[in-house]
Design a protein around this ligand. Sequence first.
Ligand SMILES: Cc1cc2nc3c(=O)[nH]c(=O)nc-3n(C[C@H](O)[C@H](O)[C@H](O)COP(=O)(O)OP(=O)(O)OC[C@H]3O[C@@H](n4cnc5c(N)ncnc54)[C@H](O)[C@@H]3O)c2cc1C
Length: 395
Amino acid sequence: MVGASLAGWNAATTLRREGFDGELTLVGAETEPPYDRPPLSKAFLATGEEAKVALGGVADSEALAITWRLGRRAVRLRLGDRVVDLDDGTEVAFDGLVLTGGAEVRTLPSLPVGNGVHVLRTVADARELRADLDRRNGPVLVVGAGFIGAEVAATCRQAGREVVLVEAAEVPLERAVGTEIGAVCASLHREHGVDVRLGTAVVGRDSSGAVRLDDGTTVDAAVVVVGVGVAPSTRWLEGSGLLLEDGVVCDATGLAAAGVVAAGDIARWPNELFFGDSMRVEHWDNAIDMGAFVARRLLAGTDWDPRAVFAPVPWFWSDQYDRKMQMAGRSTGFDRMEVAGGTLEERRFVALYRRQGRLIAAFGMNRPRHVVQCRSLIARRCPWEEARELAAAWT
Ligand SMILES: Cc1cc2nc3c(=O)[nH]c(=O)nc-3n(C[C@H](O)[C@H](O)[C@H](O)COP(=O)(O)OP(=O)(O)OC[C@H]3O[C@@H](n4cnc5c(N)ncnc54)[C@H](O)[C@@H]3O)c2cc1C
């Protein structure tokens, strides 16, 4: 198994639970055993409490008899030989391979990391960011208003920091939630005193440390956090014979090649529930479910019923200020959006998305119960009109 994080951990525990008693090796580039990333931009960033990132069961995993190869990076897959080469020159032979290498942060050439400029993917990144926030007083500049950038902005603002949030797009999160809801997300930050600058890109940094923006202004920030998305960790797999297209391309059951499966942020597969759209999902929930699914898929080998496909309703949450945002489904290709269960002005609502006459996604702000309900509706391919009628009763 390559990638010792959420998907890898869930695949490993599932393999043992399903009775696999062979050798189980977990290779992980980080020195930490698996931990939880979502708190890194929320509770851990706010408090620094290590317990916030603990992942259940990891501390007492001895019974699982895992051979841990932490702090080791896989550098080459020799598919024909059934061998993975590691960066210390050793190799791991396998009968079955689970690819759970997740994703790594993108950076900006105009804003190199270091000297007060941070990215946030690992607990090591979060520790450094926290230490720098403690060390350097003054404004925090967050570059990128995606969910992670937005959470960092909210956490820093709630800690009393002056925050500037810069986003190159005119509307943040437009691809995920559409223009109208993206605009609501931006307003939420403005209401909390964040200086939100949309349609603005970073062009570089002065020798004084001030960050230059393409509207001609500069931001003299004490700490800068770059949150401009991630890319799947597939570089080491180039030339291996696996199909790579913004992720490891799998079939609908998570199989990338005979005896090779992938799960979590690294995996791309056709989700039959969403018109067979090829998707790669960067959500906590997906890493858990897909990790467990592909472990069973791997064990079954050729006995697997090909009709048993991985077709979940993607789901994620984001906590910003006193708002819990949740999204069920995928809004890609939606042709209509309607708001139910509250109003945009109240910042308490569910936005419903339609595609081909079906409910395909729901984004909620402080509406957890309704989002859960929508998730079930999406799973059963609920017709749009039926979903609207149900939602009309939500207050
Ligand atoms: C700050 C932050 C906040 C988040 N908040 C939320 C949230 O609120 N809600 C939500 O749904 N999701 C959230 N996520 C996303 C969620 O954490 C990810 O979807 C999840 O961690 C994916 O798990 P994974 O196991 O697929 O990959 P990862 O967590 O990326 O783990 C992959 C592991 O594989 C290792 N690796 C990569 N390549 C190699 C190699 N060649 N050799 C060895 N090891 C390798 C990596 O070092 C890493 O440890 C957040 C993520 C971050 C970073």
